[in-house]
Design a protein around this ligand. Structure first.
Ligand code: TYM
Length: 349
């Protein structure tokens, strides 16, 4: 971790997950598992958010969005987040996100947003038809983090560019309004072994909830049978596994599967290859399937139990939102005051 001004602020972790479709093994290994690990570190206050307002930047169906919000909250809890130890809530319940998001629309520069690769990927060829919200998405993400003056943000590698933008926004706000250190420059916390889990059908594409092929991903809600079947069908190559990770360099599918095995086990690809080097996928895949089922299927079972009681989840999200709003309120009062927006925001509180 670098020595940035972040250290002068209360150590606080914030992260978010979009309620768009099923959560995947990529979301779990790249982010959610890290959220749970941070729970054991009392240095930090922790906020984990279902970012439902980000989910409306692309076409969606209201009834499905509502279900997905509960599902992501259930996945958080099923994966091991304790609503007492971490603040769990959904974004739209705390108005500070939208308010600060608008302010950051006026701080961030068009040129900065034009460089965002995720916008280009998500908008595709039809950029003219993308929502303005999809374009301004990273400003809302910066607002999520800075409404709490969060100092650390656990994410997968694909969010790195957005976090660099968050730092740029914080820095520009601090300097434009002559408020040194008003916002911290947050640090990304990106896991070493599982920063980028790839598709089971194409080792060069990210495992994603939006991939049209369900066989490309393991969903946290998949049953043991489905998990085993998807691993059996995963794309591989005809060579046996090498003895060391360096031998995986030009073998994206093999590298991904060995990486998943290592991440699930909490070891390294080199260690995995000590056991499997020289063996074929006929030996490796059943072992990977068994390990994945052991680690992931219980999460799916617990999610099913929790989503059967939406009122319980609702109460957790409501209590979390109240705690989150208590942190954001004085920060937002400071923001409005700093901008000269007299009395700003107070009507909504
Ligand atoms: P989202 O919902 O796409 O993904 C949630 C988290 O999962 C990580 N992730 C992966 N990690 C490794 N391998 C993969 N294949 C993989 N797929 C997804 C993501 O990096 C992320 O950490 N913009 C964010 C949500 C967000 C947010 C925030 C995050 C909104 N506001 C504030 C942090 C702080 C997103 O779309 O994540």
């Amino acid at each position: 971790m670098s020595d940035t001004p972040a250290t002068r602020h209360t150590p606080r972790v914030f992260s978010g997950v979009q309620p768009t479709g099923n959560l995947t093994l990529g979301n779990y290994l790249g982010a959610v598992r890290n959220f749970v690990a941070l729970q054991e570190d009392d240095t930090f206050e922790r906020l984990y958010c279902v970012v439902d307002m980000h989910a409306i930047t692309q076409p969606f169906k209201p009834a499905e969005l509502k279900t997905a919000i509960y599902e992501v909250a259930a996945a958080f809890i099923a994966a091991g987040l304790d609503p007492e130890k971490s603040i769990l809530f959904n974004q739209s319940r705390v108005t500070a996100h939208a308010e600060l998001g608008w302010i950051f629309n006026c701080v961030a520069r068009m040129g900065w947003l034009n460089r965002m690769t995720q916008f280009k990927e998500k908008a595709g060829k039809n950029k003219e038809n993308a929502s303005v919200g999809l374009y301004a998405y990273p400003n809302l993400m910066a607002a999520d983090i800075l409404a709490y003056r969060a100092t650390h943000v656990p994410v997968g590698e694909d969010q790195k560019q957005h976090l660099e933008l968050t730092r740029d926004i914080a820095q520009k706000f601090n300097s434009d309004f002559n408020a040194p250190d008003f916002f911290p420059l947050c640090e990304p916390l990106i896991p070493a072994e599982s920063a980028r889990i790839m598709s089971l059908r194409d080792g060069t594409a990210k495992m994603s909830k939006s991939d049209p092929s369900d066989n490309s991903r393991i969903n946290l809600s998949d049953t043991a049978d489905v998990i085993a079947q998807k691993i059996r069908k995963a794309k591989t190559d005809p060579e046996p596994l090498p003895g060391e990770a360096a031998g995986l360099a030009d073998r994206p599918e093999a590298r991904n599967l060995v990486g998943i095995f290592a991440a699930l086990l909490g070891s390294t690809p080199d260690d995995v290859l000590k056991d499997f080097g020289g063996k074929g996928f006929g030996d490796f895949k059943p072992a990977l399937a068994e390990l994945t089922v052991e680690k992931i299927a219980p999460i799916g079972n617990e999610m099913r139990r929790l989503t059967a009681e939406p009122d319980h989840i609702d109460a957790i999200l409501m209590a979390g939102a109240e705690r989150a709003a208590r942190i954001a309120r004085p920060i937002m009062a400071d923001v409005y005051e700093t901008l000269g927006l007299t009395g700003g925001g107070s009507a909504g509180w």
